[in-house]
Design a protein around this ligand. Structure first.
Ligand code: IVH
Length: 694
């Protein structure tokens, strides 16, 4: 296949050939994405193909035929699975990449739980299976529902398909809790995968890139008789909601599940210190290839469930578990070109276009070079042989250039000082790694990326309005910013070329789209905040902000007030767990910009962010109270005390104000205690506090 980038074409014939290749590739990827649910390339790679196709069509308009993928803006078929709200969220895991991270994990837990020298911290270690997570719900011993992880809060109902998996018991024998959720990973064994692909090939069907994709594609079949023919397996690794405890350790949970007929991941060990963990890890790296299933690391879980309970969660990951990742898979290839991608916040990211190469079963043709310093530091030139690596779903990286293989025609890349899309200056601020386009909302690339982010799965997530369609609407001039999405229906009514008459659209799909847009006129506050695309504000941060401020109005008022670093609002902001001074700065900057404020006003004239009630224990005596800790606590660490208070629905702040309900004063309390006494805030000793929260 011809993989030369577009700027190498001057003649029409070559362009036509390349257009044909690109069209074929895009059709294949559209099918994989929309119909098979098994994308073969990342969104970034897809966008690069599409951008190249559009550029070719701009240069040679006669290539824009009716059947070109550029004309295809159809609505993706709905997945066909019902949504399921998880009784308890399905979390993700923090990662450890090296020995230091493991030592720090032990220390962090020791500090949090205030463990003494005699306390033994046991970790249950089992392989991290590279499949897709699933929650099985049993009521009165019967399997009643199986759900995918989804976004962690809401997944999809895949019960019919999961019933076909041989490792999944349809019933659990007594004694068992009235409700018990068993969580685990659906996967395909390596040898079954090879046989499956062989059969696929022989029958003229598509072959899968790796066992994970094959498992994902099989689970998401709408016809469960197809799923039944696929060699899916299930490993159980944890519990979700249970109405009665079944064990008091992780080890006990494993034994319980084994007696109930589940398969559990092996090799398994209980380890008690960092040295033991590291030895276990090195042993498993050796044994990895001999296992019949793909694993991408080891998960360590604190064995005592009472300790797990005390440790709790931060953002979306438990404090009591960590994934120790295996080194990424590597390969050598050649850099054919370096191009710039302009991100949502204007950052210019250099992307190496590579001679396509298979890394651990997936074909890679792009790798990120991060920023200009990285290119210089690694001394990477166009034409160089490079080592690339791919770990899990992250964008492939360039590890190093093989300088001794450098050929005479390799040449350095000159990093642009203006935006390749809009031409505005690209500047690099002191202390920042990224050079950023200053075009703001006049830069088409930034506008497009913001729109894509706005409608993404964790943002507005409007049925039928994916990244590709908003990008198309932008190109067609139907929308200029995310708020315009909510004017589409009104615009359409007066349009001479209404949506329903366009290629790929009909009356039904247009009507459905407008209904789906209207359904999002009321939106959960965390999604709303996330969708704004403020620098560094991801899903977890958006949720923390929503939980802390509770309403849109309270949030924006606080963000404006926080512009003054002396203000109470600023103190409150940086006191939110997980928000540091740098993130606070990005938030404040966002609200300082006039155009962002205008945008928020426009957006909120169309949509209403709903007040957010953070899920909390409603019957606690400190629900909704504002508490401050000061001095040295003796019974628990400060971190545990704060986490406990928050889990009971209190808000923990760093300074005493008129809003403070309780000051908990440990030994040697100083100025905060004085201030609390002066302003009549209730002061509790540590024991009084513990008595209060029971
Ligand atoms: S324990 C609170 N154990 O890894 C989370 N997870 O990155 C408890 N996974 O979504 C997870 N093998 O799907 C656990 N032996 C194992 C696992 C495992 C694979 C997946 C799981 C989760 C993801 C987190």
């Amino acid at each position: 296949m011809n993989n030369a980038p577009i700027d190498m074409f001057s003649g029409f014939n070559e362009a036509q050939q390349r257009h044909k290749d690109l069209s074929a590739q895009l059709r294949k990827h559209d099918d994989a994405y929309y119909n098979q649910d098994a994308p073969l390339i990342s969104d970034g790679e897809y966008d690069a193909l599409r951008t190249e196709l559009l550029a070719l069509e701009e240069k040679f308009p006669e290539l824009t035929t009716k059947d070109s993928p550029s004309q295809n803006v159809g609505v993706a078929p709905k997945s066909g699975f019902q949504k399921v709200k998880h009784a308890l969220p399905m979390l993700s895991l923090g990662n450890a990449f090296n020995d230091d991270d493991i030592e720090e994990f032990f220390k962090r837990i020791g500090r949090f739980l205030s463990l003494g020298d005699d306390d033994v911290l046991e970790l249950a270690a089992e392989p991290k299976i590279d499949g897709l997570s699933c929650s099985l719900r049993y009521e009165q011993g019967k399997l009643v529902q199986a759900a995918t992880r989804g976004d962690g809060e809401t997944g999809e109902d895949i019960t019919a398909n999961v019933r076909t998996i041989i490792d999944v018991p349809h019933e659990i024998s007594a004694p068992c809790p009235d409700i018990i959720e068993v969580r685990g990973e659906i996967y395909i064994n390596k040898d079954d995968f090879i046989a499956l692909n062989k059969a696929q090939e022989e029958s003229g069907n598509k072959v899968f890139a790796n066992p994970r994709n094959a498992a994902a594609g099989s689970v998401r079949q709408l016809d469960s008789t197809i799923t039944a023919k696929r060699p899916l397996r299930f490993y159980a690794y944890a519990l979700g909601e249970t109405t009665q405890p079944v064990a008091d350790t992780q080890d006990g949970i494993r034994h319980y599940l084994i007696t109930k007929g589940f398969q559990l991941p092996e090799p398994y060990a209980v380890l008690t210190d960092a040295a033991g963990v590291i030895a276990h890890y090195n042993r498993l790296i050796e044994e990895r290839a001999a296992l019949n299933y793909d694993i991408d690391g080891i998960v360590y879980k604190v064995n005592r469930l009472d300790w797990q309970q005390r440790l709790g969660f931060v953002a979306r990951a438990p404090r009591w578990a960590i994934a120790h990742k295996f080194p990424a898979e590597q390969a050598v290839t050649v850099i054919e070109a370096i191009e710039i991608q302009v991100g949502r916040t204007g950052s210019l990211t250099p992307v190496a276009r590579l001679k396509p190469i298979s890394v651990g079963g997936v074909v890679v043709s792009n790798a990120t070079l991060h920023n200009e310093d990285e290119i210089a530091r690694k001394d990477v030139r166009i034409g160089d042989h490079v080592v690339i690596q791919r770990a899990g779903d992250v964008i492939p990286q360039i590890v190093k250039a093989l300088h001794d293989k450098r050929s005479t025609d390799s040449h350095s890349y000159v990093f642009p000082t203006s935006c390749p899309i809009c031409g505005a200056h690209a500047v690099r601020e002191d202390g920042e790694a990224a050079r950023r386009c200053t075009g703001g909302l006049t830069c088409k690339a930034q506008v497009k990326e913001r729109l894509k982010h706005f409608v993404s799965k964790n943002g507005y997530d409007i049925d039928g309005l994916g990244e590709k369609i908003v990008a198309q609407f932008l190109e067609d001039g139907l929308i200029k910013d995310p708020a315009d999405i909510f004017t589409l229906e009104a615009q359409d009514k007066d349009s001479l070329t209404p949506l329903r008459n366009r290629d790929g659209w009909g009356s039904t799909s247009a009507k459905k789209l407008f209904e789906a847009i209207s359904a999002k006129r009321e939106i959960e506050l965390p999604r709303f905040i996330y969708a704004l695309g403020i620098r560094q504000v991801g899903q977890a941060t958006a949720k923390m902000l929503a939980a802390n401020y509770g309403s849109y109005d309270a949030w924006i008022a606080a963000m404006r007030e926080a512009a003054d670093p002396q203000s109470a609002a600023y103190g409150e902001l940086i006191n939110i767990d997980g928000i540091g001074a740098l993130m606070a700065e990005d938030l404040i900057e966002f609200f300082k910009e006039e155009h962002n404020r205008a945008f928020l006003e426009k957006l909120t004239s169309h949509v209403t962010p709903l007040d957010y009630d953070a899920p909390q224990a409603t019957d606690s005596p400190i629900t909704g109270k504002v508490v401050v800790f000061t001095g040295t606590l003796e019974k628990t660490s400060r971190a545990e005390a704060k986490a406990k208070a928050e889990s009971l629905g209190a808000k923990v702040t760093g300074s005493v104000s008129k809003k403070t309900d309780y000051l908990i004063a440990g030994a040697d309390a100083g100025s905060k205690l004085k201030k609390a006494q002066e302003s009549g805030v209730s002061v509790l000793s540590e024991d009084e506090w513990l008595a209060l929260i029971g």
